[in-house]
Design a protein around this ligand. Structure first.
Ligand SMILES: *Cc1c(COP(=O)(O)O)cnc(C)c1O
Length: 389
């Protein structure tokens, strides 16, 4: 592998996150690992085997292509659920043949799934996604009659594995009332289905934020994305957890979530630049003294946002080195004047720990308009991922 940077995934961090989360959710709750967006940038191919090795047996993806990748790299016959796009007939047939489960969020998909099951001669394993107030996807109240009728008269071809919904922003208390309304609507729909004699399988509604903030949303299975990778959905959810559990003032800080990912590169070149010179393209950075400037072969092509120009930080020898000048397509320059004896080839950490220093994805989000989710999924799939203990 000749890539200019690499990503390490820490198995022990992932296992700690699983322990922490499972303890909160309770032993009976199924843990479904959400691996859309190339496992939030961690890399499906590397992440799925690591998760299986840690006991995870349910994975949720966005589309059929991600499902295909998950199926190819799983070794435990784990359940794969497509929560979003799986629209052509071929993809549906492939899903049915391989017992890949998929969401049904309108009656058109229901009929398409039924047809695919008939053609393949195996049942389609579906999850009914019901509309409760996110107003994005989900079966509307007026589609339920038809759904119930079709499901009941085709029980040989359609197996309902679960009934799901998704909340409209459980990470923010501002949405409290909306979430409560969604919870009650979800319960009404489930009651109605059960009342009509439909076997509804697993009830699952919670993403990370909902599962952490609204325990009543946990039910039979949780769909956990961001938290399993060691990130709180946002600062508010983290503070809410610490305050509720009276841990805000604790010393030492309790072990909760640990970042799984570490992204590093190496110093490519070093120059000493006299005072009063501009660094890189244009005039955005002027040296105010004699400065030692290291170039690092990571740029916006590699997912290091250009909006971190003159703002971002990396670690060299465990100390922070500020990005100076504009982030280029394939590299950036960092000021290492204050760090003695930096040499070509020294490790540079872009996300993660180095000695006593660490850089969080959250710090990117504070400096730019990107969410932690967005920073992660922008990590190109070409960067090699390796598992470390
Ligand atoms: C992305 C997603 C999740 C996981 O969300 P996190 O906030 O990362 O835990 C759960 N359910 C659905 C439908 C999703 O799209």
């Amino acid at each position: 592998m000749f890539y200019s940077s690499q990503i390490e995934l820490s198995k022990s961090a992932f296992r700690q996150n699983l322990r922490f989360l499972k303890k909160r959710f309770g032993p009976k709750v199924l843990f479904c690992s959400v691996i859309k967006g190339n496992a939030y940038g961690h890399g499906i191919n590397v992440f799925v085997p690591m998760a299986e090795d840690s006991g995870v047996r349910h994975f949720a993806v966005f589309d059929a292509d991600e499902a295909l990748r998950a199926v190819k790299c799983r070794s435990q016959n784990s359940t794969v659920i497509v929560m979003g796009s799986i629209d052509d007939e071929q993809a549906l047939e492939w899903a049915v043949e391989n017992d890949v489960q998929f969401y049904v969020f309108d009656t058109e998909r229901l009929h398409a799934g039924l047809q695919a099951a008939r053609r393949v001669g195996r049942p389609a394993r579906i999850h009914l996604e019901v509309e409760t107030g996110l107003n994005r996807m989900g079966l509307e109240a007026e589609e339920l009659d038809e759904t119930i009728r079709v499901v009941k008269s085709n029980s040989k071809h359609l197996v309902i594995e679960g009934v799901s919904t998704h909340y409209a922003g459980a990470e923010s208390i501002a949405n409290y009332v909306r979430i409560q309304d969604q919870i009650s609507r979800y319960r009404e729909v489930c009651d109605r289905l059960v009342g009509e004699g439909v076997r509804i399988g697993l009830r699952h509604t919670a993403c990370s934020a909902a599962a952490l903030r609204y325990p009543e949303t946990i039910m039979d299975m949780v769909r956990i994305g961001i938290a399993q990778y060691g990130f709180w959905p946002n600062k508010e959810t983290e503070m809410d957890y610490y305050l509720r559990n009276q841990l805000a003032q604790s010393r030492p800080v309790p072990r909760t979530l640990r970042r799984v990912l570490r992204w590093s590169s190496r110093v490519m070149n070093i120059k000493t630049i006299p005072r009063g010179e501009f660094i890189g393209y244009g005039t955005s950075y002027l040296t105010t003294r004699r400065e030692r400037i290291a170039s690092v072969p990571v740029g916006y092509f590699h997912g290091f946002s250009r909006s971190l120009s003159n703002l971002g930080r990396v670690l060299v020898h465990g100390r922070r080195a500020p990005v100076v000048g504009l982030v280029n397509m394939n590299m950036m320059m960092v000021d290492v004047t204050h760090i003695p004896r930096v040499q070509k080839g020294d490790e540079v950490v872009i996300i993660g720990k180095q000695k006593k220093g660490h850089i969080d994805v959250a710090s990117f989000s504070d400096l730019t308009r990107y969410l932690n989710y967005e920073v992660l999924v922008r990590l190109p799939s070409e960067i090699p991922r390796v598992i470390v203990q």
